[in-house]
Unconditional design. Structure first.
Length: 224
């Protein structure tokens, strides 16, 4: 009897300790979420005037000053490092609130490296496009960039990128939107050219220069 008493007493105190520990533990916040929360909080307090274009994307979009690159002072950069398309959706209010005329979208590579199916990424893209249109903002769909051969699983993931871009191009056609194939100037048709990247995914100055030149043509045609 004494053994049972000691056993259940030990079990009781163990459960009490575990319960207290769980109660006091802070929820784990990933680096991705910390970056996302910090940037979205900043976006909500920025005081912007007369924004014509929003650049929506991940770290590839975030990595350059678009106003300086394009010599055009009416662009808001809404790229967030590590971001995925489902999170693009969650922060559209911060874009809609500043009433741009156009939103240039590029994303998807982080989704694909998280092994999110192409169909899911495309479904997110479609929701983003439709919500922007519903709020009188014209989307411009940019191709998801290939990665270079120096990046892990590049063959597998570039095949997925190509599949996603095919769907995005079709979406742009159906919605009568501009589709900008950035890969046409930054890739060899199958992979990002190493000459234009710092690590196989992110662009260097020369890469941004070429992307910027392609954007300048569109901006000129849009007469902004």
């Amino acid at each position: 009897m004494r053994k049972f008493y000691l056993f259940f007493s030990a079990l009781f105190f163990s459960l009490m300790i575990l319960s207290c520990t769980k109660k006091d533990e802070k929820p784990h916040i990933s680096i991705r979420d910390k970056v996302y929360n910090h940037q979205t909080e900043l976006h909500s307090v920025y005081k912007l005037k007369d924004v014509k274009i929003v650049m929506l994307g991940n770290s590839i979009t975030q990595g350059v000053n678009w106003n300086e690159l394009l010599s055009y002072d009416k662009i808001a950069n809404r790229g967030i490092s590590r971001d995925i398309t489902s999170k693009f959706l969650l922060r559209l209010d911060n874009i809609i609130s500043i009433s741009p005329k156009y939103c240039f979208i590029m994303g998807g590579i982080n989704d694909l490296y998280d092994d999110i199916p192409v169909e899911t990424v495309f479904a997110n893209y479609s929701k983003i496009v439709n919500r922007l249109i519903d709020n009188n903002i014209i989307p411009v769909i940019q191709s998801t960039l290939f990665v270079s051969p120096q990046w892990k699983r590049h063959i597998e993931k570039n095949e997925e990128v190509a599949k996603l871009n095919s769907l995005l191009k079709k979406l742009a056609l159906e919605k009568d939107l501009i589709y900008l194939n950035v890969n046409s100037v930054l890739s060899d048709g199958y992979a990002l050219i190493d000459e234009y990247t710092t690590d196989g995914v992110h662009l260097n100055a020369e890469g941004y220069k070429l992307w910027g030149a392609a954007l300048e043509k569109i901006i000129f045609e849009l007469d902004l």
